[in-house]
Design a protein around this ligand. Structure first.
Ligand SMILES: [Zn+2]
Length: 124
């Protein structure tokens, strides 16, 4: 018979099991819930329809599910693209590179033109 501090362990065991569950089980369960919810929100923001199934993927696979969610490509949200996206598609630097500013009047002229469109000043 195993005894701890003079008491019978077989009698304490059910209490210990509950304690172990409360100390280790509940925080893990809470972490899984948080991961599942963050997975669902992430997939929702990426435009995926079945968000609730992604909650269970995050819940059961834990961090692996979260990594899968992070790696999933964007499905394209119905929201219009931001100014950053527009700049990427049509960069304003490109337009400036294709034009030459007149040193006399400041008018923008296409690259390669010999005379200014604004004042007729000779370019280059
Ligand atoms: Zn000019």
């Amino acid at each position: 018979m195993i005894t701890i501090f003079g008491s019978d362990l077989s009698r304490v065991e059910p209490f210990l099991k509950v304690m172990v569950f409360l100390i280790f089980g509940l925080p893990v369960l809470m972490i899984e819930l948080v991961i599942g919810l963050s997975c669902r929100d992430r997939m929702k923001s990426k435009g995926y329809a079945n968000c609730n199934s992604w909650f269970f993927i995050g819940f059961f696979l834990s961090f692996i599910g979260l990594i899968i969610c992070l790696c999933m490509p964007d499905k394209g949200s119905p929201m219009p693209p931001g100014p950053g996206f527009e700049q990427y598609v049509n960069p304003p630097v490109h337009d400036r590179q294709m034009q030459v500013q007149c040193p006399q009047c400041g008018a923008m002229n296409p690259t390669g033109s010999n005379f200014c469109n604004g004042c007729g000043n000779k370019l280059n």
